[in-house]
Write a protein that binds this ligand. Structure first.
Ligand code: FMN
Length: 379
């Protein structure tokens, strides 16, 4: 019988999870300017350690892959040491983490990375991009050469090894939401005429080779993949979503990775069921709770249970975890949820709107007081 209880144990690879609620990756721009994870980040994640699994925010595998300002990296010793502080703090509170590896491709800017962004083809993001001096028009990226593609894949493998060295249980390859691997998948961003463009087999090649390299580096049990079929963020337009993802998921399934993470999973869509049938290991589904509208009062619990009923093994929630450090406990007892605060607070530095969302058993504390109070317990 299908188990729709979010509060029973789950499993990813060899990792046992105390519940089936996953904290979705959430970019919060709180790293140091050089990409080193900050003390605030350790506090923020440690506060959310009761999640069945935390998937840490999109993190850059190499310098040119950086998207926005203050995005964490995982390609220097300082990055590894900073993430180690985060994973230690989460583990001390009984939690476990995967790290999302995010190469932005054309979603990047010289003002952020110091480099011209790279992409499958020289086609600019059709929207402005956030930089330290505010939104700037996107620049046209350079098309990656075949040799650079191999170097990029090798950078993912190194980043995966670095993540394990930093204490993560594994990595999630971000092939969703219009970042580099997704740019290879979609026909409107990939105009290549070599082995990485054109046919579906060619367009899925980069994602598969990145996954293969990560598996070779750290093992299949430690590698998950995030995909977003049909999602149009960051200027993506797929014209063959069903065939594209059926082929990608079938090929990924042969590699037996730890999990597949599906963005905006919709149990009403036949593609969802096709993917579930094709997928041999854990399926993490991220429900579509709607953008630009208030979160449902139940924080997504009903949508999460509907996805478990439709065969998902685990459910990820983003904004509900952002606003509720103790989301698992609140959902379990049906307690009211904190409202989500202003969107600008999501992507600016500092503690406000980041580590000052109250739990049920603490009064609201904010600003430097919160840093002081929580750093003593998170370390
Ligand atoms: C502030 C914010 C940052 C996000 N950052 C990432 C990210 O780094 N990587 C990613 O794959 N998705 C990212 N997302 C998407 C979320 O993981 C999730 O798919 C989305 O918020 C929908 O889930 P929700 O309705 O439960 O919030 C972000 C979303 C928000 C609101």
């Amino acid at each position: 019988m299908t188990n729709t209880d979010l509060f029973t144990t789950g499993r990813i690879g060899t990792l046992e999870l105390p519940n089936r609620l996953v904290m979705a990756p959430l970019t919060r721009n709180r790293a140091e300017a050089d990409g080193t994870p900050s003390e605030l980040m350790a506090i923020q994640y440690a506060q959310r350690a009761t999640a069945g699994l935390i998937i840490a925010e999109g993190t850059t595998p190499n310098p040119v892959g950086q998207t926005y300002p203050n995005i964490p990296g995982i390609h220097t010793d300082s990055h590894i040491a900073g993430w180690r502080r985060v994973t230690d703090a989460v583990r001390a509170r009984g939690g476990r983490m995967f790290l999302q590896l995010q190469h932005g491709g054309r979603v990047g800017h010289p003002d952020n990375s110091g480099l011209i962004p790279v992409a499958p083809s020289a086609i600019a993001l059709p929207e402005p991009i956030h930089t330290p001096s505010g939104p700037q028009p996107a620049v046209t990226p350079r098309a990656l050469s075949l040799a650079e593609i191999q170097d990029t894949i090798a950078d993912y493998a190194t980043a995966a090894r670095n993540a394990v060295a930093a204490g993560f249980e594994g990595v999630e390859i971000h092939s969703a939401n219009g970042h580099l691997p997704h740019q290879f998948l979609a026909g409107n961003t990939n105009r290549r005429t070599d082995a990485y463009g054109g046919s579906i087999d060619n367009r899925i090649r980069l994602t598969l080779e990145v996954v293969d390299a990560a598996i070779a580096a750290i093992g299949a049990d430690r590698v998950g993949i995030r995909i977003a079929p049909g999602v149009t963020v960051n200027g993506i337009a797929e014209d063959d979503t069903d065939e594209l993802y059926a082929a990608l998921v079938a090929a990924l399934a042969e590699r037996d990775p730890a999990y597949l993470h599906l963005v905006f999973a919709d149990p009403e869509n036949p593609l969802y069921h096709r993917i579930r049938q094709l997928w041999p290991t854990a399926l993490i589904a991220n429900p579509n709770l709607g953008w630009g509208v208030p979160l449902p009062a139940d924080g997504g619990r009903a949508a999460a249970e509907a996805l478990l009923a439709a065969g998902a093994d685990l459910v990820s929630l983003g904004r509900s975890f952002l606003a509720n450090p103790d989301l698992v406990e609140r959902l379990k007892i049906g307690a009211p949820l904190n409202p989500l605060r202003d969107e600008p607070l999501m992507y600016v530095g500092g503690p406000e709107g980041y580590i000052d969302y109250p739990t049920l058993d603490t009064a609201t504390i904010s600003g430097p007081a919160a840093v002081h109070a929580l750093s003593s317990t998170a370390a």
